[in-house]
Design a protein around this ligand. Structure first.
Ligand SMILES: *Cc1c(COP(=O)(O)O)cnc(C)c1O
Length: 398
């Protein structure tokens, strides 16, 4: 079926990659597990030549992602970090400078500090929710603005349209890491961004079955550049992972509806709970950026963070007392996952810096899954009670 621009993203998630298998008419695009492809005559391949360069199953995934992004193409990688690394290797060289959100996935920080700095690339991590701070960080050698919104793990939002306007004014690229919301819930290109980054490991796959990433853009020259760097560093997605990810995408719109519904119920329950000190969720009216979330996002998403009225030790004990919510890194899957960002995803960041960003030892991040929300709440309640019962409640009554 040809992808028509009139179709909705929810339809494109299912039909965006129906290109194919002219041979067997298989509904699922087959796993094309072949390292190389024969040439009809010397040097004349039919389309694909070698699976480090391109592969039919990966192609199908790229078409599916491009369909939901609304771009002419996408480029898929073995991991989200490979996508992010390829983006920066594609647009930055020694002596260039990038401005990035300071509340951001820990791996992006590590890439700059541990790898790109040594290659002579400069970076500034700033509060991108503050436009003045972004403008102040610009240098004559700045080439790209990279924002993550909602930012991991405090859900700090960045105004994509406003940052895109700054980028245009200064002739810079603006890339958005849209992993937390996906193109179904946030449309970076419609807000003026140039590049969309996804870790497909999270909501796109949604089943904790694969690791992967993608880059999408309307700029054909950039797409070619991404493919060239991918071929050179060897970071293309594998056919099997692409196949599994293709199955995940089809239920993405349906899953996201329940993720959002459940997260809203749990956020309200946490907010009203006397042992909960604060809740970070863009769907709550108490969220200082609620208006921006309403304007920029189609829904608040399935990720939230909260702090208990408890010591760091008791916070750990509460997490360890959970029976249904699974202690694990990662997010965006059918299972509810619970993470301690200060010791896990953001463990490399110095403690003073973490405290300044709100990533305290007491912060808990919850990736709300598709279970019945009553069961998630019951699990949280029993864990809270088993550790905190008997503790003095600050300003609350039970
Ligand atoms: C997980 C994640 C990444 C990295 O993706 P991997 O697939 O784990 O390499 C990048 N950005 C965000 C926001 C993420 O959550």
């Amino acid at each position: 079926m040809p992808t028509q621009p009139t179709l909705h993203p929810a339809t494109l998630a299912i039909h965006g990659n129906r290109v194919y298998d002219s041979h067997l008419n298989a509904i699922l695009f087959p796993i094309c597990q072949s390292a190389t492809f024969s040439q009809d005559t010397v040097g004349q391949a039919k389309g694909h030549s070698y699976s480090r360069v391109s592969n039919p199953t990966v192609d199908a995934l790229e078409q599916a992602i491009a369909a939901i992004e609304g771009t002419p193409g996408s480029v898929c990688f073995r991991t989200g970090m490979a996508a992010i690394t390829t983006l920066f290797l594609s647009v930055l060289k020694s002596g260039d400078h990038a401005v990035l959100s300071e509340v951001i996935y820990g791996g992006t920080v590590r890439l700059f500090h541990e790898v790109l700095a040594g290659l002579g690339v400069e970076s500034s991590f700033v509060d991108t929710s503050n436009l003045g701070a972004v403008r102040a960080a610009l240098r004559p050698n700045t080439r790209i603005l990279f924002t993550e919104t909602p930012g991991n793990p405090t859900m700090t939002l960045t105004d994509i349209a406003a940052i895109s306007a700054i980028a245009r004014e200064h002739g810079l690229l603006h890339a958005v890491d849209n992993t937390f919301l996906t193109p179904l819930l946030q449309r970076p290109f419609e807000l003026g961004a140039d590049i969309s980054v996804l870790s497909t490991t999270k909501y796109i796959d949604g089943h904790n079955a694969t690791i992967g990433g993608s880059l999408a853009t309307h700029d054909g020259v950039l797409l070619e550049r991404f493919r060239l760097i991918r071929k050179t560093v060897g970071s293309i997605q594998s056919p099997f992972e692409a196949f599994l990810t293709l199955q995940g995408i089809k239920t993405l719109p349906a899953r996201l509806r329940i993720h959002c519904e459940n997260a809203m119920v749990i956020a309200h329950w946490l907010e009203a709970h006397p042992w909960v000190k604060r809740v970070y969720y863009p769907g709550l009216r108490s969220c200082p950026q609620f208006a921006l979330a309403e304007r920029q996002q189609k829904a608040p998403g399935g990720m939230l963070s909260f702090e208990l009225e408890a010591s760091a030790e008791d916070t750990f004990a509460v997490m360890n007392a959970l029976r249904l919510c699974t202690r694990a890194e990662s997010l965006g899957s059918v299972e509810t996952l619970i993470t301690h960002p200060a010791s896990a995803t953001h463990g490399d960041i110095p403690i003073e810096e973490r405290d300044r960003l709100g990533i305290t030892d007491r912060l808990i991040r919850l990736s709300v899954g598709l279970e019945a929300p009553e069961d998630i709440i019951a699990d949280l309640e029993q864990a809270f009670a088993s550790v905190l019962q008997g503790n003095a409640v600050v300003g609350g009554s039970l």
